[in-house]
Design a protein around this ligand. Structure first.
Ligand SMILES: [Zn+2]
Length: 260
């Protein structure tokens, strides 16, 4: 590592924005400093300036200098740990990774340690790159864990109205209400929004409580994946106050049959 740097950190590159004719402003997520904005001088003018490693979603080891007078830190050196080549090469993978990175960019806290969020993104990107799990399952797992880390984990086992456990509700219809943050039964709301079956809810709860290793041993039904996508994407959009830009692209690919 660079001995003149003020700090070194692992990082995942979330966003690159051009700044002037020569520079790039980078948004990265790190374990100990949370989300971080960095100035990469001359990185736009010369791709070689940082060894050509400043690609989106790449896992990097960065050396930085603290910015003077409240200015953003300067990137001094970048080393590549994991390029995640296939994520940028395959459009479906790019779409999913863009969605996850957008959520981390908008919700990540600056300057606060966020080791769990960093590890979550690193692990889903690794699994996506290596085809360890279908992208749809990874995206559900990411969204459920991400909302949980944000303190907004959806309630999937009890009705948010009457507090009765889903399995005690017999044949009562169930739905998911994004504004109330969980499952709602047909007794509490005459027409529950986003209808979902008990089986699909159970599978989602497994994904929410489990990790990647556990998820790899499971088989998820098409119904649970479809309903889970609809529910989680509506829930995330509700809390974001709008639909993520990358989610529009993901939906477009889904509708045109590019995503399996
Ligand atoms: Zn109820």
């Amino acid at each position: 590592m660079n001995p003149e740097a003020d700090f070194n950190t692992p990082a995942i590159l979330l966003r690159r924005v051009e700044y002037g004719d020569n520079d790039l402003i980078l948004s990265v997520i790190t374990p100990d400093r949370g989300k971080l904005a960095l100035m990469a001088k001359a990185a736009k003018r010369s791709r070689r300036r940082f060894g050509g490693v400043l690609d989106l979603f790449a896992l990097l080891e960065l050396s930085c200098r603290t910015g003077r007078c409240g200015r953003m830190p300067l990137l001094a050196e970048a080393n590549l740990c994991e390029p995640f080549h296939t994520i940028r090469a395959e459009v479906a993978k790019t779409a999913y990774a863009s969605y996850w990175a957008e959520l981390v960019h908008f919700w990540g806290d600056e300057g606060q340690p966020q080791p769990a969020l960093y590890a979550l993104l690193r692990d889903v990107l690794t699994a996506l790159d290596r085809n360890q799990l279908p992208a749809r399952v990874l995206s559900l797992l990411f969204q459920l864990r991400f909302m949980h880390l944000a303190g907004l984990g959806p309630r999937l086992s009890v009705c948010v109205g009457c507090r009765r456990a889903v399995e005690t509700l017999g044949d009562v219809r169930l739905g998911f209400d994004p504004s109330r943050g969980g499952v709602v039964c047909g007794c509490c709301e005459a027409a529950p929004p986003l209808p979902i079956s008990r089986g699909a809810l159970k599978e989602l709860a497994w994904i929410a409580d489990g990790d990647l290793v556990r998820a790899q041993r499971m088989r998820f039904s098409a119904e649970a994946l479809g309903a889970g996508e609809e529910l989680m994407e509506a829930f995330v959009s509700f809390h974001l106050g709008r639909e993520a830009r990358s989610l529009k692209f993901l939906r477009h690919l889904r509708e045109s049959g590019v995503l399996s």
